[in-house]
Write a protein that binds this ligand. Sequence first.
Ligand code: PLP
Length: 426
Amino acid sequence: MKLEIAGAEASQLAARFGTPVYVYDQNRLEERMRQFRQVFSSPLFDCHVAYASKAFCCLAMMQLVQREGLWADAVSGGELYTAMKAGFDMNHILFHGNSKTDAELEMALEAGVGTIVVDNLAEAGRLAFLSTGHPGSRTRTLLRINPGVEAHTHAYIVTADIDSKFGISITRSQEIIETCRILDEAPNLDFAGFHAHIGSQIFEPEAFAAEIYKVTAFTKEFQDHTGLQISCLDLGGGFAARYTDKDSCPPVETVCRRILEAMTEAVKRHGLSVRELIIEPGRSIAAEAGWTLYTVGSIKDTEHRRYVFVDGGMNDNLRPALYQAEYEAVLADRMDEEKSETVTVAGKCCESGDIILRDGRLQPARPGDILAVASTGAYGQSMASNYNKLPVPGTLFVKDGQARWVIRPQDLEDLIRNEEPLPEES
Ligand SMILES: *Cc1c(COP(=O)(O)O)cnc(C)c1O
């Protein structure tokens, strides 16, 4: 049995396009986007699914996101530029970030970005000032607050991490009020509500309910105190993706239903004027649709380990080194063989932490085999680097058996393209 990705044999893709290579199942990306759109809807609220583009951002992906009717968020001038070049409707962009530069804010205002998510008091002042240079425009703003709920996989903690670098903690309500007043009074800005994001790889729907409970209770107090009406709440992303067998993710439908149920209940209880809800899934859209294909090089035994070396590594997948992320791998043409060996799949970078799979199960590998790592579609390509002067692999989309480049692989010339040699000594 051979691994197929969207109807194409993985080993044939490797033979035709080379390795390492990122391969996305476009059908699966589309299905996932559609699914989010379908289940995140309610008669009570205007519901928007904004794809967190940092998970995987390129022209083709942003086109797909737009086609499927999702919104998107951007966190930098670069992500914004990519969305613009993809023809993305700027009204459907949320511009995020805790450290936006004046140039980025200016770019967002100029581009007509629909919503800017403000992080802090000082930024509100800068944005209010910059927006006066855009008379006639009206940019909607949300303020990022930190509700003191932090989700880590299966656990979540209430009143955690009030010192996070993101947003303003709800324990600092005076500062929040002051910030919102600035946004509300700026002639070209429109203050609409709050944003919160409680973490990543959240398996537990109750974590979102806890977030909603805190955010809506705060919103009620805020409205009573200021008289400002909150019409929009953005609950952030972090919906879990399945990386290995150990991850049993609740269906998207279950999580969205719990979110809408908790919101409905909270809006009634507090008599809130919230009419619009936004969620921002990133990894749960991109991760499982993506594979990385490598070619096996040498196999080396040490006292306690068998290493399987591949032709990529931490420069194309930083997550294991960055946060001990776990993956599963298969040999693409030997799927029907038993995974009878415990091996460590290591990359070619000069770092001991350059591991793709630590003590994972694999079919007995031979040099030249195509090794496919599953669920690498989020934060793989987007975190890629040129460490060790390795070119960033290209990215393929495969739909109904047909493969095409959406990002071409870098070549050696690309690696020195922006470099300037010293002048010759005279
Ligand atoms: C990272 C991030 C997301 C997406 O997180 P995922 O875990 O990929 O779903 C959404 N919103 C904000 C503000 C983020 O920082």
